[in-house]
Write a protein that binds this ligand. Structure first.
Ligand code: SF4
Length: 236
């Protein structure tokens, strides 16, 4: 397996732990607000990829300084050899976190059943209504939509640390939409609301969208609070 990038140390990607972050290339959807448009194509263009062996060498060197490995994208579950890579990280004694858009519940199930994952952060792009969800994803098959719903259900019962998160984009999400998502994941341990950042977007028209203010984000969190165990606002 090859990775498109490495952040050697992060204090913000795995709550409470110091983590390395590995990026995978390629995504099956096209969120217009995507902050990583360079990662969407699977064929590496300008970037020299990092092999699994190189990643493992780095992680062996950093043992004792890092607690965890976070794999993010793009969409990591597009890579059939992801379970092999995550198992290798786990075998080194690291906590393993996966960031996913939830469109591959079969691989998620395999990883959870294998005891490979310690933490999953799953994006919820919009209320769980196909029309709204497809708009927020840029493109989405009905099968992918039902897969997202399956992944949410599975993660709610997975017995590992789970975070659901939404990038809140005023053009796509009303306050009612965000509350609807919180109601859908009722009882979830953590719902993170990420303030939209217009500085880099896949659809350049979204560069003109004004994010909700910090006060509005907090008001959104307050609306979600009755439905989930914890709400976190991540401001830009
Ligand atoms: S934001 Fe959307 S398009 Fe970008 S990597 Fe995540 S799921 Fe893919």
């Amino acid at each position: 397996m090859k990775f498109a990038g490495l952040v050697k140390q992060s204090l913000v990607d795995y709550p409470g732990e110091v983590t390395a972050v590995l990026f995978t290339r390629g995504c099956n959807i096209r969120c217009p607000f995507c902050q990583n448009p360079d990662l969407l194509l699977r064929s590496p263009r300008f970037v020299e990829p990092i092999s699994l062996e190189e990643a493992l060498d780095f992680l062996k060197e950093r043992k004792g300084f890092l607690d965890a490995v976070t794999v993010t994208g793009g969409e990591p579950t597009l890579h059939e050899d992801l379970p092999h890579a995550l198992s290798a990280f786990k075998a080194l004694g690291y906590l393993v976190k996966l960031d996913t858009n939830g469109t591959n519940p079969a691989m998620l199930q395999q990883l959870i059943a294998g005891g490979i994952l310690d933490y999953v952060a799953m994006d919820i792009k919009a209320p769980l209504d196909y029309r709204k969800y497809a708009r927020a994803c840029g493109k989405l098959t009905t099968e992918e939509f039902f897969n997202v719903r399956s992944s949410i259900r599975m993660l709610m019962e997975a017995g590992i640390e789970v975070e659901f998160r939404t990038t809140v984009v005023p053009l796509l999400h009303s306050f009612e939409d965000i509350e609807e998502i919180a109601r859908y994941i009722q009882g979830a341990p953590l719902y993170s609301l990420q303030q939209f950042n217009p500085s880099v977007t896949l659809d350049t028209d979204y560069g003109a969208v004004v994010p909700y203010t910090r006060q509005e984000m907090q008001a959104l969190a307050d609306r979600c609070a009755p439905f989930v165990q914890n709400v976190r606002v991540v401001n830009i």
